[in-house]
Design a protein around this ligand. Structure first.
Ligand code: ATP
Ligand code: ATP
Ligand code: CA
Length: 218
């Protein structure tokens, strides 16, 4: 069965998510109580509907409980965001992800059982700060508070070296899970692969080990 997504609130955040889903070819139901927003997304989403998400009857008639994943992106009207989240969780929607406006909002959403709470500005600021503060790291994914996956460009120091030469696992406790080379990606690279200019290492490990690798290994 095809995955079914719904996005409630078509501001910048919800709107961008809608566009991404559409690009990826997923079915997405877009909901907003502002008719102008609904018109704007009529050609983007599979279906765009004008509705007040806090109206239980209307949401029921849209069959909202049949969606695998609903994103609530109502920021300003915290009360509406909270009530919508409550209704979605009560109706049994499997995954409800909600944009939070502040820490109080976050706390309430947590109590209601929101499956993921997002602070777009704060989360992005953290990313940007971390990327700027580390010259060598191209990108990263935070897996937990202690573990990440980072992308590190191959420096002069690494060119023509093999993974065995670098001995990354033994010296730093990190694993190179892939090497990006142009449009190719070498998944689970063998130990004697020789690194080239332009290669990007995709490395998984504990943050402290990754930092050590970044400082001393590359
Ligand atoms: P962003 O920061 O992502 O740009 P925003 O600050 O523009 O968002 P808000 O004004 O908080 O976003 O709301 C996002 C959208 O949610 C708006 O388009 C608004 O019409 C819609 N919205 C607000 N309340 C409801 C509701 N009860 N039901 C459906 N949509 C709603
Ligand atoms: P290990 O003892 O760590 O399991 P191994 O004896 O199987 O490694 P090889 O796979 O030949 O040896 O690799 C030699 C060394 O090269 C490893 O000890 C490790 O430090 C490093 N190495 C090889 N592949 C990777 C990788 N994908 N990521 C990080 N380090 C690697
Ligand atoms: Ca906003």
């Amino acid at each position: 069965m095809k995955k079914q997504f719904a996005v409630i609130g078509l501001g910048r955040f919800g709107g961008s998510i809608c566009r991404e889903f559409a690009k990826m070819g997923y079915d997405v139901l877009a909901i907003d109580n502002d008719m102008e927003k609904v018109n704007e997304f009529a050609t983007v989403a599979t279906q765009a509907v004008q509705a007040n998400a806090t109206d239980e009857k209307v949401m029921k008639s849209l069959g909202i409980r049949n969606f695998n994943h609903v994103i609530v992106s109502i920021g300003e009207d915290i009360q509406a965001s909270i009530l919508t989240t409550l209704l979605l969780k009560e109706s049994g929607v499997n995954k409800v992800w909600v944009k939070a406006q502040n820490d109080y909002h976050h706390k309430v959403l947590e109590k209601l059982g929101a499956d993921r709470i997002i602070h777009p500005e704060r989360d992005m600021a953290l990313r940007v700060a971390q990327l700027i503060s580390s010259e060598k790291i191209i990108d990263f994914i935070e897996l937990s508070h202690e573990h990440s996956i980072v992308e590190i460009g191959v420096t002069d120091k690494l060119v023509n070296k093999t993974l065995t030469d670098l001995d990354v696992r033994a010296r730093f406790g990190c694993n190179i899970v892939a090497i990006k080379r142009g449009d190719d990606i070498l998944v689970s690279p063998i130990a004697d692969v020789s690194l080239q200019y332009g290669d990007v290492l995709v490395v998984i490990g504990r943050n402290e080990d990754l930092n050590r690798f970044e400082d001393e290994g590359v």
